[in-house]
Ligand binder design. Structure first.
Ligand code: OSB
Ligand code: MG
Length: 370
């Protein structure tokens, strides 16, 4: 499809409740929503980089720069066949996966709208609805955490992830496990430990957790291997897996037993699918991670998680867990069986609430071929 224009919207949306992780506390979320125009159609993409470089080195500022000053020049006015063609064009830009992935998402939306196919159909997804859980930030105390878990369990989530950091893990995890002996429970450290300090996690190794997510440094697959050899609980990698190549390293090194797939972190949906395929062949369970997405990114995550290798519940909660007002007209609801329906309309299958998008926009730029 010949790309006529790229528009970037830097937006800021209030979260229904603050989200605290080992790398910081967010009361709102910034991201970039982008639109691609081609053949009279509009494709939407969400760039999940946050305001601060806490989860990733990329931020809303760096992604704006990379999208506007580099990626735009490689796609505007160009005839782009598909996601692989797009990835070849941006190959010369090193890193910056979150920026690259956002355009690939918009391209899939365009291709689907042109062909009358949903992302799920294009990916070969096999599920109409996907199992989901909720990711809970660090709370004031262990008892406050249990109360927060109570409210999500009441809403119907049957898989819970709690964020941990040094000093805020053992009592918290023990308290939730005591209150919920058989709940599907997992923890996420976002790289807050070293091989030495991670020894404290031995105290939660017997709690029958589904997994311990990314305890060590993001660039350290090797030490995760050493840690996994020492732990009964499966280690799951998030930040460390930035490509299918890294997934292969982790598999070969036995650095983890589970992988969290985020399309943005690996540079796009096509690479996410490649990791899914590799893990499926190798019998490595995968699940779909989240980045507090708007309805746009959530639709993309649901389509990805409809692939058969996503055997564990995703961090894809209902819209009301994140935002009072979203930028899509569609709001995603939690079904009674802790699932969310996969969109089945062409492309991402969502429509934009232009008024909401305008309300949340901090700055906007439209780029066209000169
Ligand atoms: O590590 O999985 C993570 C949110 C922002 C950055 C990193 C992570 C998260 C989450 C939230 O855990 C998952 C969600 O979108 O519900
Ligand atoms: Mg994580």
């Amino acid at each position: 499809m010949k790309i006529d224009s790229l528009t970037l919207h830097h937006i800021s949306m209030p979260l229904v409740s603050p989200f605290e992780t080992s790398f910081g506390r967010e009361t709102g979320r910034q991201c970039i929503i982008l639109t691609l125009q081609a053949e009279g159609l509009t494709g939407y993409g969400e760039c999940v980089a946050s305001r601060d470089p806490g989860y990733s080195y990329e931020t809303s500022g760096t992604t704006w720069h990379i999208l506007k000053d580099f990626i735009a020049l490689l796609i505007l006015g160009q005839e782009i066949q598909d996601a692989d063609d797009y990835q070849k064009r941006v190959e010369r830009i090193r890193g910056h996966h979150l920026a690259k992935a956002a355009v690939e998402m918009a391209l899939w939306d365009l291709l689907g709208k042109r062909d009358g196919k949903s992302l799920k159909e294009m990916f070969g997804g096999t599920r109409e609805k996907v199992e989901v859980g909720v990711s809970i930030g660090i709370q004031e105390s262990a008892s406050a955490l249990v109360r927060t878990v109570d409210s999500y369990v009441e809403q119907g989530y049957n898989r819970v992830k709690i964020k941990i950091k040094p000093g805020r893990e053992v009592d918290e995890t023990i308290a939730v496990r005591a209150a919920y002996p058989i709940l599907r429970l997992q923890v996420d450290a976002n790289s807050a430990y070293t091989l030495e300090s991670a020894q404290v996690l031995k105290a939660i190794d017997d709690l029958n957790l589904l997994l311990i997510e990314q305890p060590l440094f993001e660039d350290d697959i090797w030490d995760h291997r050493l840690l996994q050899a020492d732990f009964k609980t499966p280690i799951c990698l998030d930040e460390s897996i930035v490509s299918a190549r890294h997934a292969r390293y982790a598999l070969e090194m036995q650095a983890c037993k589970i992988i969290n797939i985020k399309a943005a972190r690996v540079g796009g949906l096509s690479q996410a699918i490649a990791i899914h395929d590799l893990c499926q062949v190798q019998n490595m369970p995968v699940w779909c991670g989240g980045m507090l997405e708007t309805g746009i990114g959530r639709a993309s995550n649901l389509a990805l998680a409809s692939l058969p290798g996503f055997v564990l519940p995703g961090d894809i909660s209902a819209s009301d867990r994140y935002y009072q007002r979203d930028i899509t007209h569609e709001r995603f609801l939690l079904n009674a069986d802790s699932t969310i329906d996969v969109p089945n309309q062409p492309g991402l299958g969502v429509t934009i609430d232009e008024e909401a998008l305008k309300q949340f926009t901090l700055s906007e730029v439209m780029l066209k071929m000169q």
